[in-house]
Design a protein around this ligand. Structure first.
Ligand code: 5GP
Length: 194
């Protein structure tokens, strides 16, 4: 998606440690016009899928997922919560996710009330790096018996292996922008043609 690539080139900041900062339009201040264009693009990509729910993970996926949902007939958005303590009464699906940016392992939960076998789910998130966050969400979908229809990512870092792993397992994964390489010293960002 050219609009997103141009914005990343203009306002993205490449940090040491393979981190791309996009706080000025995506992760802190949110550009809603851009989010709307991203939502339309997700709809164009996944138009033939019978999606009736969007699943994301707090915090940065929520804004993108909520705007995107408006282009999917306002389907409900459920976000997985990062939780300190898993409640053991069986009312939640849970998994562990290793955070790329903080290095910690989180327990992540979704209430069983909000995901069930009739659901056809589109997973949306802001970044794809090593794939832990998306793998965690997919394991929650599997546990619930729902159908995974696709995964939509705003920015994939193609030089990390999350995208490759997921595509190899047959996941219907689409990223609006794929960073092929980025250089913290020069700030140069190269995108994959797609
Ligand atoms: P993964 O689980 O694929 O390794 O990492 C994905 C998660 O880590 C995303 O939900 C995102 O919040 C965060 N993340 C990974 N890489 C970056 C990055 O380069 N920049 C930012 N802002 N977040 C990232």
């Amino acid at each position: 998606m050219k609009l997103l690539e141009e914005r990343i080139r203009k306002d993205g900041v490449v940090k040491e440690g393979n981190v791309l900062k996009v706080d000025s339009f995506l992760n802190h201040r949110m550009d809603i016009e851009l989010f709307s264009e991203m939502g339309k693009e997700f709809k164009r990509i996944f138009a033939d899928k019978p999606i009736n729910k969007i699943l994301t993970i707090e915090a940065s996926g929520i804004g993108i997922a909520v705007i995107a949902a408006q282009y999917f007939d306002n389907v409900p958005v459920v976000f997985a919560k990062k939780s300190q303590s898993i409640n053991l009464d069986g009312s939640v699906y849970s998994t562990k996710i290793q955070s790329f940016t903080h290095g910690r392992v989180y327990d992540v939960i979704v209430s069983k009330k909000y995901l069930s076998p009739e659901d056809h789910v589109l997973v949306i998130d802001d970044f794809l790096a090593n794939g832990c966050a998306i793998e965690g969400l997919i394991s929650i979908i599997k546990e619930s018996g729902a159908t995974l229809e696709g995964v939509g990512i705003a920015i994939e870092k193609g030089f990390q292996d999350g995208g490759k792993k997921l595509r190899e397992t047959g996941v219907n994964l689409h990223s609006l922008a794929i960073v092929e390489s980025m250089d913290a010293a020069t700030g140069e960002i190269i995108f994959r043609e797609q």
